[in-house]
Write a protein that binds this ligand. Structure first.
Ligand SMILES: NC(=O)c1ccc[n+]([C@@H]2O[C@H](COP(=O)([O-])OP(=O)(O)OC[C@H]3O[C@@H](n4cnc5c(N)ncnc54)[C@H](O)[C@@H]3O)[C@@H](O)[C@H]2O)c1
Ligand SMILES: C[C@@H](O)[C@H](N)C(=O)O
Length: 373
């Protein structure tokens, strides 16, 4: 198949000349065929001005979840609206659809994904599609397909087209035999969820592709992320978002984790800032390809106390979900992120009091139960 050979040779030469230094960069090109699908072309986002071409051309997969829309907003501010394409398999809300390019992309459809990357001349890919910890345990075959098979598709396309690839990992990539307080970057990782297993797999595969094929793979292990304008997608740390909504709406919150369950957490702005920073960091600054990032660590009772400073009438009860509790009990309590701070200057802005104040100012604490009564 001459086309395959030529592409393989060309990409290989490109990688070697980009100085990955490994000298064995035969990219894992899959059989190139004619894709049955054509991505609808949108003249406004295919015509790129000279100035815009200086910026990366970005694709975000799984972009309609808790984190993707915020990431698109941040990247569009930096690289221009038309240079950042949000994608998912779900239908976007009007405000998302009209805020910039959106495209359907199923990461399990290799050809469709490749076509999007080629047609839109993508150079950076943020791979956000995943099933999180609790929903993953409820549907292991689907979690395995999306989190592992989907990742394989993304890795091959990224290597084949010389993309810079960001894949988020998680505190969930550690397990009960990892040191939990604090958890360093490099230690034993034996997670007990399909989510955690798939994320360790992603870390290892990404690093393998980096050393084997020169793929510019970058990965951060996120703590539980807290956001005001987007809902979490079925994880163990979701309670830390729900408490704000319930405090405002009903003044009552039922927590599905025990009061003293301590987990690393982060406000979304810090998470997205770190993601952009590590993607923009010069390659020579990165002594590793997968970093822990940390901001704060708290338990439900500590979060409730801080929330009660804003909503003193909040009543908190506990009704433990055994699946989520077992997951939380196997995860880090504190994250050691010294390597990120040293290598590329990571620094968080939000501790617990700032997080809670920011959440209430975003959600409008004035509209809390007092008004509903
Ligand atoms: N939110 C957190 O607290 C947190 C913490 C650590 C790591 N992460 C990681 O960050 C990433 C984004 O997290 P999130 O909270 O936005 O997740 P989310 O569950 O809210 O969103 C995931 C998105 O993936 C999409 N998806 C599912 N199957 C797909 C498929 N076949 N093709 C394309 N898209 C598909 C879903 O429609 C959904 O919109 C994930 O990889 C997650 O593991 C998140
Ligand atoms: C921690 C993270 O990966 C996600 N919020 C979960 O709880 O599954």
């Amino acid at each position: 198949m001459p086309v395959v050979k030529n592409v393989s040779r060309a990409v290989s030469q490109l990688l070697q000349s980009s100085g990955c230094g490994c000298g064995i960069s035969i990219v894992p090109v899959r059989c190139i065929g004619v894709s049955p699908r054509q991505v609808a072309s949108d003249a406004s986002f295919h015509s790129v001005s000279f100035a815009e071409s200086d910026h990366p051309r970005v694709l975000i997969t799984g972009g309609l979840g808790q984190l993707g829309v915020g990431l698109a907003k941040l990247l569009r501010k930096r690289f221009g609206k038309s240079n950042v394409i949000l994608s998912d398999i779900r239908k976007p809300a009007d405000n998302v659809f009209y805020s910039g390019p959106f495209i359907y992309a199923d990461i399990l459809d290799y050809k469709n994904l490749r076509e999007i990357v080629v047609n839109n001349r993508i150079t950076w890919l943020f791979h956000y599609s995943a099933l999180l910890s609790a929903v993953g345990e409820a549907n292991v075959p689907l979690a395995r397909a999306v989190n592992i098979t989907g990742l394989h598709n993304v890795l091959d396309i990224a290597a084949e087209h010389n993309l810079r690839l960001f894949v988020p990992s998680t505190i969930g990539a550690f397990g009960p035999t990892s040191p939990r307080d604090p958890t360093p970057d490099l230690c034993i990782q034996r997670p007990r969820t399909i989510y955690g297993v798939s994320k360790v797999h992603a870390e290892l595969m990404g690093e393998y592709y980096h050393y084997r094929y020169g793929l510019d793979f970058r990965c951060l292990r996120y703590p539980g992320i807290i956001s005001a304008d987007s809902q979490p997608g079925g994880g163990t740390t979701d309670y830390a978002v729900q408490i704000f909504h319930d405090a405002i709406k009903t003044g009552k919150f039922q927590c599905n984790l025990k009061p003293d369950t301590r987990l690393p957490m982060m406000y979304i702005d810090d998470c997205l800032k770190a993601t952009l920073e590590v993607m923009e960091a010069p390659a020579e600054a990165l002594s590793m390809r997968t970093y822990n990032i940390s901001a704060m660590s708290f338990s439900p009772e500590e979060l409730a106390q801080e929330v009660q400073k804003h909503v003193p009438e909040l009543q908190v009860t506990y009704n433990v979900d055994e699946v989520r509790q077992a997951i939380a009990d196997s995860w880090p309590m504190n994250f050691d992120d010294r390597n990120a701070r040293r290598d590329w200057g990571w620094k968080h802005d939000y501790d617990l009091p700032e997080l809670v104040t920011t959440m209430f100012s975003f959600l409008g604490s004035d509209s809390r139960i007092a008004q509903a009564n």
